[in-house]
Design a protein. Structure first.
Length: 607
RNA sequence: CGGGGUGUGGCGCAGCCCGGUAGCGCGCUUGCUUUGGGAGCAAGAUGUCGAGAGUUCGAAUCCCUCCACCCCGACCA
């Protein structure tokens, strides 16, 4: 038998049962909607290496199992959540006019060499060789491949705009994978890429994706915020992150309660806190501050507010002529923002923290007592805007165990060469749009939209012919959603002492039927079975717990898993024609007529 | 990549300092009882003690090398 006829025969065999009618298919699926057939694998204790709640709960609920650092198997319970998230994303992407395709996980090095990212990407990008010793990568993202597709497929302006997306496995060899699914090495991402004839059209594509993301996350029942973001390595000019609000988030979101300003702290501009520089009022004086290194402690020791101190951070820029040393000055209670520092002219080509040796060479003093006054060798000084507007401030004396107070610009040292915004904003700072004060909350980045421009189309010569027959570069955008990270984010946002509280839209099951005395009571068994069929029939995603476990352990399992609606079938209630209903977040259960239950649940799921 | 820590049954841990042939809880199996909030009793099964090399009559325990994992160190969906 040749291969063709073999697969033909197999195809027929597979087709036949389905062709026999819907009942068979229906029963088959109803069967897996029973807990004894499905895989319920809860754990009382979480593995010791699970740090954050979402990680602990996902493992305890049997949704993921670790295979290696940052690499997880998605177990049946977890996969259902992922599939539901993917379904919502697909619907909203399609609605927004994007077209799904699927690009390979393994990609040839040549494409990445074409854009220069083969060299630019660090060890985070996984590189592999095939048997012919040719270089490949495991995709961390797909700009190169999609641009290659676009330049081959799109010749005319008539084919634009176009937006391709796929939902695919990504691999990033994170320096430090952690938090389970929130920062894994292997993960699933939806990435979309738009191609337009010019900037104006590309901006419309960007807006369409932005709106699609808003709809997507709203449908998932998440509380989130879209914030302006830094464009980072991917490049481009316009960018927003979609952040799920959670105290455990890694990102800090800056927003203005009185306006619609919102930005990642990496980007949020810190306005000068005062316009005028106060006149010097104090005399310069050197004060002993033994073993007092942190600004907070110096202020306390000297009996001054911390706002009068200035913190020194020393950077080095490697040049062909050797390392150039820079001194950054921020107010004692402020933090240096490295993204902003990286935009300062002279530091924008890359910088690092200076070594202790370099510091001693230039300041004649060990870190802890550094300052702009009396440096051993000249250094380039960058003052934060706030610092530039200070007078009578305190900084290190460049002598171990001493600080200098009463320093004022112009009088004691020259005005700083460079004044720039190099600090993180803090709550209470004025909003950059002038409409109030800033507030800060934490978030988990689950989506990111970028306006790319022609960065990739230029590098890879992706052009189309316009109406006049002239070749023009396609203008691109790219748009990502972290599918697997969304599961973690949803759990960080929705959980209590008992376990996960999933929004119904992405819960592994919408309703769980928990029968009492399943094995012994024929009436319960029948009522529970009928209810399951009823619910499945009206399109409710329900599961029947037919494991005949003790009530307490079934309740505990489903509360841990986070199924939003629970129906208890017991002889007591059945005698009165009623079933017990309880929402996952409800304090009390209520009794509902049996006949009413499907309609009742439908309403609950819609509401 | 640097600093710190941990590897003992499916999960959580004790034992290691002071070498003497592996133990507890959960889970699992069987039986009886129990049955609306993670049951009780009884009987069981499950370990290359992360890997390799060494010291020793004898190594989970001491020495060396390696590996994996976790935490802390701000290039990301």
């Amino acid at each position: 038998m040749n291969i063709l006829s073999q697969s033909e025969a197999a195809g027929k065999a597979l087709l036949r049962p389905a062709a026999m009618g819907k009942m068979r298919v229906f029963r088959l699926s109803a069967k897996t909607m029973r807990a004894s057939q499905f895989h319920v694998a809860t754990l009382k204790e979480a593995p010791a290496d699970a740090e954050v709640v979402s990680h602990q709960l996902m493992i305890r609920a049997g949704m993921i199992r670790k295979l290696a650092g940052g690499i997880y198997s998605y177990m049946p319970m977890g996969l259902r959540v992922i599939r539901k998230i993917e379904a919502i994303i697909r619907e909203e992407m399609n609605r927004a006019g994007a077209v799904e395709l699927l690009m390979p996980v393994v990609q040839p090095a040549e494409l990445w060499q074409e854009t220069g990212r083969w060299d630019k990407m660090g060890p985070e990008m996984m590189r592999v060789k095939d048997r012919h010793d040719r270089d490949f990568i495991i995709q961390p993202t797909s700009e190169e491949v999609i641009t290659d597709i676009a330049r081959n497929e799109i010749q005319s302006y008539r084919q634009l705009p176009k937006n391709f997306y796929h939902i695919q496995t990504k691999f990033r060899d994170e320096r430090r994978p952690r938090f389970g699914v929130m920062r894994g090495r292997e993960f699933t991402m939806k990435d979309a890429y738009s191609f337009d004839r010019d900037e104006a059209a590309a901006e419309r594509s960007y807006q369409a994706m932005y709106q699609a993301y808003v709809r997507t996350f709203e449908r998932m029942g998440l509380s989130f915020r879209a914030v302006r973001a830094d464009t980072g390595n991917i490049g481009g000019s316009l960018s927003h992150e979609f952040q799920v609000i959670a105290d455990t988030g890694e990102d800090q979101l800056v927003y203005c309660p009185d306006s619609d300003y919102a930005a990642n702290i990496e980007l949020a501009e810190a306005l000068p806190l005062s316009v005028a520089v106060p006149a010097p009022a104090e005399a310069l004086r050197k004060l002993p501050t033994p073993d007092t290194v942190r600004c907070e402690d110096v202020a306390k020791l000297l009996g001054l507010p911390i706002e009068r101190t200035v913190k020194s951070v020393v950077l080095a820029v490697d040049t062909p002529l050797g390392a150039e040393i820079w001194l950054l000055l921020v107010r004692g209670d402020h933090e240096v923002n490295e993204i902003k520092v990286g935009k300062v002219p002279g530091l924008d080509a890359g910088f690092r923290f200076a070594s202790e040796q370099e510091i001693v060479d230039h300041f004649g003093c060990v870190p802890g007592y550094l300052g702009p006054l009396n440096t051993k060798k000249p250094v380039k000084v960058v003052a934060d805007r706030t610092v530039a507007h200070m007078a009578d401030f305190v900084s290190g004396a460049n002598e171990a165990g001493f600080h200098i107070a009463g320093i004022s610009w112009g009088r004691d040292l020259p005005e700083p060469e460079i004044v720039a915004d190099i600090r993180n904003v803090v709550a209470g700072d004025p909003s950059p749009d002038g409409k109030g004060k800033l507030a800060i909350q934490r978030g988990i980045e689950v989506g990111h939209v970028f306006f790319l421009g022609t960065k990739y189309s230029e590098a890879m010569n992706a052009t189309y012919l316009d109406e006049t027959g002239k070749p023009k570069l396609m203008v691109m955008g790219c748009y990502g959603i972290g599918v697997t990270r969304l599961v973690g984010a949803a759990i960080e946002q929705g959980h209590d002492a008992k376990g996960i509280i999933f929004p119904a839209a992405i819960a592994p099951f919408q309703v769980v039927i928990v029968p009492m005395n399943y094995a012994k009571s024929e009436t319960v068994r029948q009522a529970a079975g009928e209810l399951l069929e009823e619910l499945l029939k009206v399109g409710i995603d329900a599961i029947l717990d037919d494991r005949d476990e003790r009530a307490g352990s079934m309740f505990a399992d489903w509360e841990l898993i986070g199924v939003p609606h629970r129906v208890v079938v017991g002889e007591r209630g059945l005698k009165e024609g009623k079933l017990e209903y309880k929402g996952r977040a409800d304090a009390e259960a209520s009794m509902i007529d049996i006949a009413e239950m499907p309609a009742f649940l439908k309403r609950e799921l819609l509401g």
